[in-house]
Design a protein around this ligand. Sequence first.
Ligand SMILES: [Zn+2]
Ligand SMILES: [Zn+2]
Length: 278
Amino acid sequence: MLLGVRGSTPAPGPDYVRYGGHTSCVGVIGTGAAVPTLLMDAGTGIRSLPGLLGSEPFRGAIMLSHLHWDHVEGLPFCRAVDRNDARVDLYVPEQDGVSARDLLARTMSPPSFPIEPEGLLGSWRFLGVPEGAASIEGFEVTAADVSHKGGRTVGYRVATATRSFAYLPDHAPSRGMTPAAWNLLEGVDLLLHDSQFVESERSLADDYGHATVEETMALAAKAGVGALVLFHHSPVRTDSQLDRILEIADSPVPVVVAKEGMRIPVDPTQLDSVRVTA
Ligand SMILES: [Zn+2]
Ligand SMILES: [Zn+2]
């Protein structure tokens, strides 16, 4: 379930209503489960999580792709993860010899923020992203470093026995892909991928380490994915512009333009059932 689909900053206002203004956060709901136990990133979209959980706390794992603000700024503002009965394993791409906890504290501690990581209520563990495939909350999760800008960034492949998706919200494939990065997305049922810019904004994409819609479509086709979700929209891309975004290029792969509140089955044959519930 897509809880936040923007990059960089939230996008409030009347031009950003239908696709939503929250920054990156995706809830992963296992087969037969009612609520997410795995979250991809913790942008402001995580604030919608209590609405899914009702009176229950979140119990599960949060996989951070990287530590840029738009991927962590919702973390201390979500009641479902910040309560005494919550249980959260937070996975952080470790770097520079600094622990996961201390990396988070660089953003989340005074004077930048009122509390330190230990100020979050509930049972928290601050963990490094696992090397290779790991079993997390019943999913097989694989992380690999991907090209972006400013600090270490990883992408994820999340699989069950029968289905798989890849999550690369911030990715500049034009800077090159390692075999490990390529393996994340090759042949997945669903690819959620950076589509912050379009080719006419190529210099911005290069400056900020992001992808364009056109190159993301080409990448998805080359990787043989089942379906593509255009994700991490620019905060200035309006609803009417996003309505027309698929007109700029043809994709041989079925494409969904990410909208906040969308529930997307990890099954390319079921895309007709995609609906928005928020
Ligand atoms: Zn981002
Ligand atoms: Zn970023």
